[in-house]
Design a protein around this ligand. Sequence first.
Ligand code: HEC
Length: 353
Amino acid sequence: MNRFSRLERLEHALLVVAFLGLLITGLSQKYSTYEVSRRLVDFLGGIESVRILHRAYAILLIAVVLYHLLIVAHKLYVKGLPASLLPHRRDFNDAWHWALYNLGVRKERPRMPFFNFGEKWDYWNTAIGVLIMLITGLMMWNPVAVTQIFPGQSIPTARLIHGAEALFLLATIGIWHLYSVFIKQFNFSMLNGRLTHMQMVREHAAVLDEKPVTRDAADMQERQRRFIPAATIVLGLLIAGIALFLSFEDTAISTVPREEAHIFSPQISAEEGNADVGESLWPTLRCATCHGEDAMTSLQYEAPPLRNVDLPFDVFYQQVRVGGGEMPAFSAEEVPDNYLIHVWTWLTSADGD
Ligand code: HEC
């Protein structure tokens, strides 16, 4: 029996592409420290291009959602088809009946409608999940604008929800949906559009009892005539609104290049150093444990000899405050600025010994 039209299957395929694309480019950012993520990010051309790809897949998803809304509105309003995906009290009865059947309490399966309770759960789980992902995603897309209205905390919150809902969708769709469709039912109707009679009896027997609803052609034509302009206006407004959202900010795409640390201490003047003071300070400092008591003998980590080094004070100062290689950074509490002036004067004075 026919189940899904060609267009419905195409729509589903695009949804799958968007879902997988978003998943790959999203999880590799969420788990960016993992080796696989790093390889993936490298493979996709670096973090900037992963961010752009993630947004491109998001736009595809938005397009699929808009198309879906249009088609649903058309089916309900023009064709007069029943809202067959709305949850209904009978779905709970069916689920209960189904459980009893699986337990062997009831002998026959429930006669379920075109979309049974499991499929309705899949649909609404996906629909609500996509809505959550789009809202939180668009918030992160425009963090500056959002925090003008909402508190700053809303961006990390959106990020948390975005990541958690992504994992929830991955689990529910990746595990439950794929299992129930392919393994439990061996249902390929999204690929070939068809279900066998046997599958209909097992999963959708109620459809076999019903007569299909048809609206008369004149009424349908009349509704079609009203639908087209209304849908065009609503869709146009939606697209314009979303386009505005998407082009509002271009924050968070490019990574800021790592800045070189520049330490500036205007209050100290290297000319005031005294080599004799520096020489007597040196053995009291932790420096000597690596560079040696004479500042010429490496005791650890191949610390280089320092007497007569040709280093301007600010380079020397930076080395001490920031560290480098195996050498740790030293705070001004451990080695005050004026100590360093004296030490530097001693180290750089050629005849200082
Ligand atoms: C844990 C061992 C260790 C300690 C402690 C240490 N250093 Fe170093 N220092 C090194 C190593 C190793 C290097 C080489 C760093 C590199 O390869 O970048 C180095 C490099 C330097 C350099 C750069 C030399 C050059 O030619 O570029 C200076 C200057 C220096 N140390 C000064 C100091 C001073 C002053 C102290 C104390 C405040 C200190 N170090 C403490 C291990 C140490």
